[in-house]
Design a protein around this ligand. Structure first.
Ligand code: SF4
Ligand code: SF4
Length: 113
């Protein structure tokens, strides 16, 4: 199994790193903490490395969330390298009002403030 949660990062506008996208965007991997080294998210032994380890063992990283997440692929194997980040997705604001169908609902945006 593989998914982008193993080799890519999603930083939400509230400062939390979450689990890539879709259902995973509600799964906080590392909450914002000004006292904390936020780069730990992508270190050996950090949350992304643990996701990769579980996927490689055919174990769902988050059994309550992953089955409903479109990011999950049952084929292939994850690739984690703490020196190589595949994609970094940054949400600059949660105040967009365009309401595209694939994006967060107005209620979700309010909750993220
Ligand atoms: S499949 Fe699971 S680990 Fe991967 S992005 Fe979705 S919630 Fe996160
Ligand atoms: S509602 Fe549309 S334009 Fe606004 S952030 Fe979402 S996808 Fe982008």
């Amino acid at each position: 199994m593989q998914c982008p949660g193993a080799d890519s990062l999603f930083l939400r506008a509230n400062g939390n790193f979450v689990c890539w996208d879709d259902a995973g965007s509600d799964k906080v991997l590392q909450p914002y903490d000004i006292e904390k080294d936020m780069s730990r998210i992508f270190s050996d032994g950090g949350p992304c490395a643990l996701i990769a380890k579980k996927l490689a063992g055919n174990i769902l990283p988050f059994p309550e969330t992953c089955p409903g997440c479109y990011c999950l692929s049952l084929r292939g194997s994850p690739c984690f390298n703490s020196r190589v980040l595949n994609v970094m997705q940054v949400e600059p604001s949660s105040r967009c009002t365009l309401e595209c169908k694939a994006c967060a609902t107005p209620e979700e945006r309010e909750r993220l403030q």
